[in-house]
Design a protein around this ligand. Structure first.
Ligand SMILES: Nc1nc2c(ncn2[C@@H]2O[C@H](COP(=O)(O)OP(=O)(O)OP(=O)(O)O)[C@@H](O)[C@H]2O)c(=O)[nH]1
Ligand SMILES: [Mg+2]
Length: 223
Protein backbone atom coordinates (compact mmCIF):
# COMPACT_ATOMS: atom_id res chain seq x y z
CA UNK A 1 0.00 0.00 0.00
CA UNK A 2 1.49 3.40 -1.01
CA UNK A 3 1.26 6.58 1.11
CA UNK A 4 -1.85 7.86 -0.70
CA UNK A 5 -3.63 4.54 -0.27
CA UNK A 6 -2.62 4.46 3.40
CA UNK A 7 -3.92 8.00 3.88
CA UNK A 8 -7.23 7.17 2.13
CA UNK A 9 -7.59 3.97 4.14
CA UNK A 10 -7.03 5.94 7.34
CA UNK A 11 -9.51 8.61 6.29
CA UNK A 12 -12.00 5.89 5.50
CA UNK A 13 -11.53 4.36 8.96
CA UNK A 14 -11.79 7.75 10.67
CA UNK A 15 -14.94 8.51 8.73
CA UNK A 16 -16.49 5.13 9.22
CA UNK A 17 -15.68 4.66 12.90
CA UNK A 18 -18.28 6.95 14.50
CA UNK A 19 -20.91 5.75 12.06
CA UNK A 20 -20.09 2.15 12.88
CA UNK A 21 -20.16 2.82 16.63
CA UNK A 22 -23.47 4.63 16.38
CA UNK A 23 -24.81 1.76 14.32
CA UNK A 24 -23.73 -0.83 16.91
CA UNK A 25 -25.12 1.24 19.79
CA UNK A 26 -28.38 1.57 17.95
CA UNK A 27 -28.48 -2.16 17.19
CA UNK A 28 -27.88 -3.14 20.83
CA UNK A 29 -30.46 -0.73 22.19
CA UNK A 30 -32.97 -2.19 19.80
CA UNK A 31 -32.10 -5.72 20.86
CA UNK A 32 -32.95 -5.07 24.50
CA UNK A 33 -35.77 -2.57 23.91
CA UNK A 34 -38.07 -5.36 22.73
CA UNK A 35 -37.84 -7.13 26.11
CA UNK A 36 -41.19 -8.13 27.64
CA UNK A 37 -42.30 -9.57 30.97
CA UNK A 38 -42.76 -13.32 30.63
CA UNK A 39 -43.55 -14.97 33.98
CA UNK A 40 -42.61 -15.19 37.68
CA UNK A 41 -41.79 -18.05 40.02
CA UNK A 42 -41.84 -18.49 43.79
CA UNK A 43 -41.01 -22.21 43.82
CA UNK A 44 -38.49 -24.20 41.77
CA UNK A 45 -41.43 -26.15 40.32
CA UNK A 46 -42.80 -22.90 38.77
CA UNK A 47 -39.57 -22.07 36.95
CA UNK A 48 -39.58 -22.11 33.13
CA UNK A 49 -38.17 -25.16 31.33
CA UNK A 50 -34.37 -25.12 31.28
CA UNK A 51 -33.98 -24.13 27.61
CA UNK A 52 -32.37 -21.33 25.62
CA UNK A 53 -30.01 -18.76 27.17
CA UNK A 54 -30.45 -16.55 30.22
CA UNK A 55 -28.58 -13.80 32.03
CA UNK A 56 -29.60 -13.44 35.69
CA UNK A 57 -29.16 -10.44 38.00
CA UNK A 58 -28.42 -11.23 41.67
CA UNK A 59 -27.27 -9.07 44.57
CA UNK A 60 -28.14 -7.51 47.91
CA UNK A 61 -31.59 -5.99 48.39
CA UNK A 62 -31.63 -2.42 47.14
CA UNK A 63 -28.34 -2.79 45.20
CA UNK A 64 -30.09 -1.80 41.96
CA UNK A 65 -30.80 -5.10 40.11
CA UNK A 66 -34.27 -4.14 38.85
CA UNK A 67 -33.10 -0.62 37.96
CA UNK A 68 -30.18 -2.05 35.98
CA UNK A 69 -32.56 -4.26 33.93
CA UNK A 70 -34.82 -1.27 33.25
CA UNK A 71 -31.78 0.76 32.16
CA UNK A 72 -30.50 -2.07 29.94
CA UNK A 73 -33.88 -2.47 28.24
CA UNK A 74 -34.46 1.30 27.95
CA UNK A 75 -37.76 0.88 29.78
CA UNK A 76 -38.96 2.68 32.88
CA UNK A 77 -41.35 0.16 34.40
CA UNK A 78 -40.41 -3.29 33.12
CA UNK A 79 -39.15 -4.27 36.61
CA UNK A 80 -40.59 -2.82 39.80
CA UNK A 81 -38.00 -0.77 41.70
CA UNK A 82 -38.21 0.77 45.15
CA UNK A 83 -36.32 2.70 47.80
CA UNK A 84 -37.50 0.05 50.26
CA UNK A 85 -35.29 -3.06 50.22
CA UNK A 86 -36.91 -6.42 49.44
CA UNK A 87 -39.11 -5.18 46.57
CA UNK A 88 -38.44 -8.14 44.26
CA UNK A 89 -39.96 -11.20 45.97
CA UNK A 90 -40.19 -13.54 42.98
CA UNK A 91 -37.90 -14.81 40.26
CA UNK A 92 -39.03 -12.68 37.32
CA UNK A 93 -38.35 -13.74 33.74
CA UNK A 94 -38.21 -11.28 30.83
CA UNK A 95 -38.02 -12.35 27.20
CA UNK A 96 -35.76 -10.43 24.81
CA UNK A 97 -36.57 -12.75 21.91
CA UNK A 98 -37.45 -16.42 21.67
CA UNK A 99 -35.25 -18.45 24.06
CA UNK A 100 -33.23 -15.38 25.22
CA UNK A 101 -34.15 -14.10 28.67
CA UNK A 102 -33.15 -11.74 31.48
CA UNK A 103 -33.90 -12.90 35.02
CA UNK A 104 -34.44 -10.53 37.97
CA UNK A 105 -33.75 -12.39 41.22
CA UNK A 106 -34.94 -11.49 44.74
CA UNK A 107 -32.28 -9.62 46.72
CA UNK A 108 -30.45 -11.08 49.70
CA UNK A 109 -29.06 -9.60 52.91
CA UNK A 110 -32.11 -7.67 54.04
CA UNK A 111 -32.32 -8.21 57.80
CA UNK A 112 -36.10 -7.75 58.07
CA UNK A 113 -36.96 -10.75 55.87
CA UNK A 114 -38.48 -13.54 58.05
CA UNK A 115 -36.13 -16.49 58.62
CA UNK A 116 -38.42 -18.96 56.80
CA UNK A 117 -38.53 -16.79 53.69
CA UNK A 118 -34.76 -16.26 53.82
CA UNK A 119 -34.22 -20.03 54.01
CA UNK A 120 -36.66 -20.56 51.15
CA UNK A 121 -34.81 -18.12 48.88
CA UNK A 122 -31.41 -19.49 49.96
CA UNK A 123 -32.42 -22.95 48.69
CA UNK A 124 -34.25 -21.72 45.57
CA UNK A 125 -31.48 -19.33 44.48
CA UNK A 126 -28.56 -21.68 45.08
CA UNK A 127 -30.34 -24.54 43.28
CA UNK A 128 -31.30 -22.25 40.38
CA UNK A 129 -27.81 -20.78 40.02
CA UNK A 130 -25.98 -24.10 40.34
CA UNK A 131 -28.25 -26.28 38.20
CA UNK A 132 -29.66 -24.02 35.52
CA UNK A 133 -28.10 -25.06 32.19
CA UNK A 134 -29.64 -22.06 30.37
CA UNK A 135 -27.68 -19.68 32.62
CA UNK A 136 -25.10 -18.13 30.27
CA UNK A 137 -23.90 -15.55 32.79
CA UNK A 138 -24.64 -14.02 36.17
CA UNK A 139 -24.52 -10.28 36.86
CA UNK A 140 -23.82 -9.69 40.55
CA UNK A 141 -25.10 -6.21 41.33
CA UNK A 142 -23.21 -4.32 44.04
CA UNK A 143 -23.68 -0.76 45.33
CA UNK A 144 -20.32 0.81 44.42
CA UNK A 145 -20.19 2.65 47.76
CA UNK A 146 -20.60 -0.55 49.80
CA UNK A 147 -18.31 -2.82 47.77
CA UNK A 148 -18.46 -6.61 47.76
CA UNK A 149 -20.14 -7.84 50.96
CA UNK A 150 -19.60 -11.18 52.69
CA UNK A 151 -22.80 -12.54 51.12
CA UNK A 152 -21.72 -11.37 47.63
CA UNK A 153 -18.38 -13.10 48.20
CA UNK A 154 -20.12 -16.28 49.37
CA UNK A 155 -22.16 -16.22 46.13
CA UNK A 156 -19.00 -15.68 44.04
CA UNK A 157 -17.36 -18.63 45.84
CA UNK A 158 -20.46 -20.79 45.36
CA UNK A 159 -21.03 -20.33 41.63
CA UNK A 160 -17.87 -18.65 40.29
CA UNK A 161 -16.23 -21.91 39.25
CA UNK A 162 -19.09 -22.90 36.94
CA UNK A 163 -20.85 -19.70 35.81
CA UNK A 164 -19.28 -16.63 34.17
CA UNK A 165 -19.73 -13.61 36.43
CA UNK A 166 -19.91 -9.87 35.88
CA UNK A 167 -19.76 -7.62 38.92
CA UNK A 168 -21.91 -4.55 38.19
CA UNK A 169 -20.99 -1.66 40.49
CA UNK A 170 -24.14 0.47 40.54
CA UNK A 171 -24.93 4.02 41.66
CA UNK A 172 -21.63 5.26 40.22
CA UNK A 173 -23.11 8.78 40.09
CA UNK A 174 -22.43 8.88 43.84
CA UNK A 175 -18.63 8.66 43.33
CA UNK A 176 -15.94 10.60 41.46
CA UNK A 177 -14.44 9.21 38.24
CA UNK A 178 -11.18 8.45 40.05
CA UNK A 179 -12.97 6.57 42.84
CA UNK A 180 -14.99 4.58 40.26
CA UNK A 181 -11.83 3.47 38.40
CA UNK A 182 -10.12 2.57 41.67
CA UNK A 183 -13.07 0.44 42.82
CA UNK A 184 -13.38 -1.35 39.46
CA UNK A 185 -9.64 -2.18 39.53
CA UNK A 186 -9.74 -3.50 43.06
CA UNK A 187 -12.83 -5.63 42.35
CA UNK A 188 -11.19 -7.06 39.21
CA UNK A 189 -8.07 -7.86 41.21
CA UNK A 190 -10.11 -9.52 43.97
CA UNK A 191 -11.95 -11.65 41.38
CA UNK A 192 -8.57 -12.98 40.22
CA UNK A 193 -10.06 -14.90 37.30
CA UNK A 194 -10.11 -13.73 33.66
CA UNK A 195 -13.48 -15.43 33.09
CA UNK A 196 -15.06 -12.88 35.39
CA UNK A 197 -15.32 -9.13 34.78
CA UNK A 198 -16.46 -5.90 36.43
CA UNK A 199 -17.80 -2.50 35.38
CA UNK A 200 -19.80 0.37 36.84
CA UNK A 201 -23.26 1.73 36.02
CA UNK A 202 -25.32 4.78 36.79
CA UNK A 203 -28.98 4.67 35.83
CA UNK A 204 -29.08 8.47 36.17
CA UNK A 205 -26.45 9.40 33.57
CA UNK A 206 -26.21 5.95 31.89
CA UNK A 207 -22.45 5.84 32.43
CA UNK A 208 -21.31 2.25 31.87
CA UNK A 209 -24.44 1.11 30.05
CA UNK A 210 -22.46 0.25 26.89
CA UNK A 211 -20.35 -2.18 28.92
CA UNK A 212 -23.36 -3.92 30.42
CA UNK A 213 -25.08 -4.08 27.02
CA UNK A 214 -22.14 -5.71 25.28
CA UNK A 215 -21.57 -8.18 28.13
CA UNK A 216 -25.21 -9.35 28.13
CA UNK A 217 -25.42 -9.38 24.31
CA UNK A 218 -22.29 -11.53 24.17
CA UNK A 219 -23.55 -14.01 26.79
CA UNK A 220 -26.91 -14.28 25.07
CA UNK A 221 -25.39 -14.66 21.59
CA UNK A 222 -27.31 -11.58 20.43
CA UNK A 223 -24.25 -10.23 18.54
N1 LIG B 1 -28.45 7.33 42.33
C1 LIG B 1 -28.72 6.11 41.84
N2 LIG B 1 -29.70 5.38 42.41
C2 LIG B 1 -29.92 4.14 41.91
C3 LIG B 1 -29.15 3.59 40.84
N3 LIG B 1 -29.59 2.34 40.61
C4 LIG B 1 -30.60 2.11 41.48
N4 LIG B 1 -30.81 3.19 42.27
C5 LIG B 1 -31.84 3.34 43.32
O1 LIG B 1 -31.67 2.30 44.28
C6 LIG B 1 -32.94 1.90 44.82
C7 LIG B 1 -33.09 0.39 44.72
O2 LIG B 1 -33.16 0.02 43.36
P1 LIG B 1 -33.82 -1.36 42.89
O3 LIG B 1 -33.50 -1.49 41.42
O4 LIG B 1 -35.23 -1.45 43.29
O5 LIG B 1 -32.94 -2.41 43.72
P2 LIG B 1 -33.04 -4.01 43.74
O6 LIG B 1 -31.64 -4.52 43.82
O7 LIG B 1 -33.85 -4.51 42.60
O8 LIG B 1 -33.77 -4.25 45.14
P3 LIG B 1 -34.65 -5.53 45.63
O9 LIG B 1 -35.68 -5.83 44.58
O10 LIG B 1 -35.23 -5.04 46.91
O11 LIG B 1 -33.70 -6.65 45.85
C8 LIG B 1 -33.99 2.68 44.04
O12 LIG B 1 -34.39 3.79 44.83
C9 LIG B 1 -33.25 3.13 42.79
O13 LIG B 1 -33.75 4.32 42.22
C10 LIG B 1 -28.12 4.43 40.25
O14 LIG B 1 -27.40 4.06 39.33
N5 LIG B 1 -27.94 5.67 40.81
MG1 LIG C 1 -35.60 -5.62 42.58
Amino acid sequence: MNRVQKFCARLYIIHQLPIQLEYNDHLMSNLFQQTQYLTSAFELSQILPDEGREVAFAGRSNAGKSSAINCLTHQKKLCKTSKTPGRTQLINFFEIEEDKRLVDLPGYGFAKVPTKLREHWGTVLSTFLLERKALAGLVIVVDIRRGISNIDQALIDLVGHQVDLHILLTKSDKLSKAAISKTISSVKQALGNDRHSASSLSILNRQGLDHLESKCAHWLNLI
